[in-house]
Write a protein that binds this ligand. Sequence first.
Ligand SMILES: [Zn+2]
Length: 334
Amino acid sequence: MASLTLDPHQHTLHKTVSCTGVGLHSGNEIVLSIKPAPENSGIRFFRTDLGDTEGVPAHMDKVVDTRLATTIADANVMVATTEHLMAALQGYGVDNADIELDGAEVPIMDGSAGPFMLLLKRAGLKKQKAMRHVLRITKEVVFTAGDTEIRILPYDGFKVSGEIHFDDSIINSQSYSIELSPEKFSKEISQARTFGYVEQVEELWANGLAQGGNLDNVIAIHWDRETILNDGGLRFSDEFIRHKVLDLIGDLALMGCPILGHIIAKRAGHTQHLAFMKALIAASDCWEVVEMEEKGSHSVFHQISSTTKAMGKQFMPFFVPQPVRTHHAAVHAS
Ligand SMILES: [Zn+2]
């Protein structure tokens, strides 16, 4: 038993909200709608341009590409650049929502999660009856790959720390740490934009990639490595690491449920985030899945069942709720 600030209930939105923006890869205009969804359905992406197809669950098992952004797919339905929207949903506290797109990618907007946070605030959070299931870290897990190190430690909350080291004077070494709450996420992280060296952006264009990328949605670092090309300058002096933390939060949201733990990522990107999540799930003696409960003004949790660990991957998508419910019934009855 532990006392937490995390609301024990699942949440969706009060109403549907929409926006239009360009896709980073295609440069095409894309309409995005975020709709309320039932309990235990999780976040699902639907492609309205493909007709009546099944949605793609926003889950780590569906990730097919992590090179420039995180792309998920199921059968022929593909959605690219999920991370900033997923970060906003996680940061605001949305467990269940249906995302509709009329193209193959989430619009890049201004390169941050700020516009999505504004949309979500307009929709408003709606509390649902079902309780949250969270992944609670019980033992430290360390993942390393080359220069990258990602570790997660037991913690009664969700804390995210990041660290980057670049060989230039504008980024250099930066670190940032945040104990996640909707207010803090909105204020400190959501508005941090994606970034790249100007010659990297040019190379992407030369290869027909990032056609929608421009100074309105990506920070372009000058050849001099001391300034940026964008008018208005940086939104935060450490905007770069704040954006890396944003990306990490968005990718971790693909676990399919909130996490109780402190994650510390050094020199990590989308590819390493995914590899870390796989390593974490494989380390099944280092975590448990707990259902939250209401107790006065506090939230508490109890372990669902140690046998759920053995179910590993099959269990993790809590939007496939059947096995979870069966276990809950057994726990509550005993
Ligand atoms: Zn990003």
